[in-house]
Design a protein around this ligand. Structure first.
Ligand code: PLP
Length: 415
């Protein structure tokens, strides 16, 4: 792989190949990760990276746009078809800039915005006090019910009536359950708030038709393109026509310069792939695998936040196992199972050393793994977490993990 890089820069090449090996031999359970297709990889590494194209199709600030306009329009049209959106902007560099652009487009600095508490599953761009969103806007935060781990829509309603936010953000980075978009919309209408859905994690499941879409109800919906949607790193914003101009202006020239057309080509490919019938099978299997993995973990006495999942994502509180999230993450890293330590709602521990772990099934599903493999993964996780300090047990599990992984090729990795 990558023979030119090997020739020109062997030092860098060695690390790239080690990473390819790691991706091939290990089980990827980080719920925001996936494996893109060879076609998406090719677009990302293509000559489109050479072109500057500030502006939008038909209205550019540089010459030579006849091909770029076709490519970006393809991406926009396919995204509209995939999600049924009125207006789409495919230029955001990633999820965080997309969220920043939405706030910049539709709010004034200092406006009140409602978002989910970060330690209950909200994203850092939903009001982290030291972050841009938290400093520029007055974020007030709703939470999940401490007993059930499920969003408390009555609390959302109460807070909305009390704080009168200009915008309500519904969207989550560590929340395993279905979202009642209609209820959010009703509450927003009662107080005259703009509705913003951040479906970065679940866009692939929405596109695949296995989770409800907020697009018909919400004013603005954004997503990253590299998580369950399985496209290149990047993001997109969908909105009702009345917000189209404000959103486009906030992206360019408000926040970004030249769009990354190689990534936009990758998005066009990703949307075409997601429009195929096979993508529905993938989305359904992601959900089935997550459900099966959750049940298999519960059988092994793992305590799951909200007691399960409706999505691709599982959050486990390891307090009863006596193993903090960080130690579990390290032991699992050792056996080739990658996931991340994560806070659980109302976590008594710190975000750097939290009580839980977060995991999910998009990447393993893309590799073709099914329920039988989820059972094995649950078993390895249980054995590793029960033996965090036992090197010989961990070494043994690592061998078993590797043996299984070699039966499931990774798209784009030819070693
Ligand atoms: C991943 C994520 C983002 C940010 O995406 P980046 O591309 O990492 O900047 C925003 N919101 C949510 C809910 C996410 O999960």
């Amino acid at each position: 792989m990558y023979p030119t890089i090997k020739d020109q820069d062997p030092t860098l090449h060695a690390s790239m190949m080690a990473e390819a090996q790691r991706q091939k031999e290990g089980i990827e359970l980080i719920p925001s990760e996936n494996y893109v297709s060879q076609a998406v990889l090719e677009a990302n590494g293509s000559i489109l990276t050479n072109k500057y194209s500030e502006g939008y199709p038909g209205k550019r600030y540089y010459g030579g746009q006849e091909n770029i306009d076709v490519i970006e329009t393809l991406a926009i049209d396919r995204a509209k078809e995939l999600f049924g959106a009125e207006h789409v902007n495919v230029q955001p560099y990633s999820g965080s800039p997309a969220n920043t652009a939405i706030y910049f487009a539709l709010l004034e600095f200092g406006d009140t915005v409602m978002g989910l508490k970060l330690d209950h599953g909200g994203h850092i761009t939903h009001g982290l006090p030291i972050g841009f969103s938290g400093k520029a806007y007055d974020f007030v935060q709703y939470g999940v019910n401490p007993e059930t781990g499920i969003l408390d829509m009555e609390e959302v309603r109460k807070l909305a009536h009390e704080k009168k936010p200009k915008m309500i953000v519904a969207g989550f980075t560590a929340y395993p359950r279905d979202i009642d978009w209609k209820a959010f919309k009703e509450i927003a209408d009662e107080v005259g708030a703009i509705t913003m859905a951040d479906i970065s994690h679940t866009a692939g499941l929405v596109a695949g038709g296995v989770l409800e879409s907020p697009v018909p109800f919400f004013d603005v919906v954004m997503t990253t393109t590299h998580k369950t949607l399985r496209g290149p790193r990047g993001a997109m914003i969908m909105c009702k026509q009345k917000f189209a101009k404000a959103i486009d202006r906030a992206i360019f020239p408000g926040l970004q310069g030249g769009p990354h057309e190689h990534a936009i080509a990758g998005k066009a490919i990703c949307f075409a792939e997601a429009l195929k019938p096979e993508f529905k099978d993938y989305a359904l299997q992601v959900k089935k695998n997550a459900h099966h993995l959750a049940e298999a973990l519960k059988k092994r006495d793992f305590k799951l936040v909200s007691d399960g999942t409706d999505t691709h994502l599982i959050l486990a509180d390891l307090t009863n196992k006596g193993v903090p999230g960080k130690e579990a993450q390290n032991a699992l890293d050792h056996v080739g199972i990658t996931l991340n330590k994560n806070t659980v709602p109302n976590d008594p521990r710190s975000p750097f050393d939290p009580s839980g772990i977060r995991l999910g099934t998009p990447a393993v599903t893309t590799r073709g793994m099914k329920e039988a493999e989820m059972e094995k993964i649950a078993d390895w996780m249980d054995r590793a977490i029960n033996a965090v300090n036992d090197q010989s047990v961990l070494d043994e599990i690592k061998k078993e993990v590797e043996a299984m992984c070699l039966e499931f090729p990774v798209p784009g990795i030819m070693i």
